[in-house]
Design a protein around this ligand. Structure first.
Ligand SMILES: Nc1ncnc2c1ncn2[C@@H]1O[C@H](COP(=O)(O)OP(=O)(O)OP(=O)(O)O)[C@@H](O)[C@H]1O
Ligand SMILES: [Mg+2]
Length: 238
């Protein structure tokens, strides 16, 4: 993340990301209070809690890391990851937000797995911010489509919504720290700090990728496209 962020900016960004990981854990706690669950469901819930708690532990480690605090930066821990694993992990966090607003969610994954050398914890944080926005800035009952494809040596993730859209003049500014469009009625009713997309772009760029926004205009929906370097197809390896 940018060097000019400084200690306070970095701490508020980590706090923002930690908060999002609490959401699925809280949802599971609520469910366990009201419903009797069978052992297979309990096992799946335990897996989600386990993954999110491990993710939070990673973020807290970064927060405690004195060197990171001095630089205002995150150290990526890259390892072999699949794009579908990253999307699933992002949906564990953002899925409850999508469901709470009554949106239909459609996910398209190619049959051939897309492999990345990536920090899955931080990359799924980036993606959950984008999906969370699609849910927040779309009036209840909308449609959110996540389409993943390979384009040569790039993994491409497109998150499209049927929401309030983005004015042409703001398509680049939405990635600025603390930027919020703030004009539309629908926008005023949802809470936000203007941190999520700044974090998403910083993390995607740290992976050698890009993120761009497109929208036909206000009330016509938005499309966020993430491109990330990926491993070559098995058949193309030397
Ligand atoms: N899918 C979208 N549709 C319409 N506007 C969007 C969308 N995604 C982002 N925006 C606009 O970009 C701004 C910045 O997004 P960002 O995620 O950085 O911050 P936020 O959602 O306001 O707050 P938070 O830090 O809690 O995520 C939003 O306030 C909103 O105006
Ligand atoms: Mg946001």
């Amino acid at each position: 993340m940018s060097d000019c962020l400084g200690k306070n900016g970095f701490v508020s960004i980590l706090a923002h990301e930690l908060r999002s990981q609490l959401a699925p854990v809280k949802t599971i706690a609520e469910l366990l209070k009201i419903a009797a669950v069978d052992s297979a469901t309990a096992r799946r819930m335990a897996d989600v809690v386990d993954r999110q708690v491990n993710g939070m532990a990673r973020l807290i480690d970064d927060l405690l890391d004195a060197a990171s605090l001095e630089n205002g930066s995150v150290k990526l821990q890259r390892s072999a990851a699949t794009l579908s694993g990253i999307v699933d992990r992002a949906l564990e966090i953002a899925g409850p937000v999508v469901a709470a607003r009554g949106h239909k969610l459609v996910v398209h994954m190619p049959p051939e797995p897309i492999l990345l050398e990536a920090d899955a914890v931080w990359l799924s944080q980036a993606l959950q911010n984008v999906i969370g926005n699609a849910a927040k800035y779309t009036n209840p009952g909308g449609l959110i489509r996540i389409v993943c494809v390979r384009e040569e040596d790039k993994a491409v993730i497109t998150v499209r919504d049927t929401g309030i859209g983005i004015a042409r003049a703001q398509l680049d500014s939405i990635f600025d720290l603390y930027f919020r469009a703030g004009h539309a009625e629908a926008q005023r009713s949802v809470k936000g700090l203007g941190i999520g997309l700044y974090v998403a772009r910083a993390l995607i760029e740290a992976h050698g990728g890009t993120i761009r926004a497109a929208s036909p205009g206000p009330d016509c929906g938005s499309e966020l496209t993430i491109r990330l370097p990926c491993e070559p197809l098995e058949a193309d390896r030397g």
